[in-house]
Write a protein that binds this ligand. Structure first.
Ligand SMILES: [Zn+2]
Length: 147
């Protein structure tokens, strides 16, 4: 079994937010995460970011509903293309960068900084709101996005 490569990056975010952060891991997307559409995870005090497709094309094989389009449409102004059940969204490099740093990373950092909620839904809401609030504070909310 191959040992995954991990990259340690110092956190440049506000110091108080990063106290509990031990590492940021950038990795090739595992098969299970690809099947489940998982882009990032928190493991203990580490943020794990899965790779974005080299094609810059995000693909849904069974369609994309309004919630999915709203979620990704906030961070990507690309065109949604539907071809039968296949739906694709083309990203620019700048949109991917902004999504990773100011959405995915801050979302997972929100999980590290969140109170202990029993409800998974409350944990996700907290982390998502944490990311959006900090993206706004840092001046990195995509144009037109309000929280
Ligand atoms: Zn989450």
């Amino acid at each position: 079994m191959k040992t995954p490569r991990a990259t340690r990056i110092p956190c440049d975010g506000p110091a108080d937010l990063c106290v509990g952060l031990r590492a940021i891991v950038l990795r090739r997307t595992p098969k299970l995460d690809a099947e489940l559409g998982v882009e990032a995870r928190k493991r203990f005090r580490c943020v794990i970011l899965n790779a974005f497709p080299r094609s810059l094309l995000m693909t849904w094989e069974n369609g994309a509903g309004p919630a999915t389009k709203r979620h990704y449409g906030r961070w990507c102004a690309g065109e949604w293309v539907t071809n039968g059940p296949l739906v694709t969204l083309q990203w620019s490099i700048e949109e991917v960068r902004r999504n990773y740093v100011f959405h995915l990373f801050l979302h997972e950092l929100g999980h590290i900084n969140q109170p202990r909620f029993h409800s998974a839904r409350r944990r996700e809401e907290f982390a998502e709101n944490f990311a959006l609030e900090w993206a706004e504070r840092l001046g990195e909310l995509p144009p037109g996005l309000t929280i």
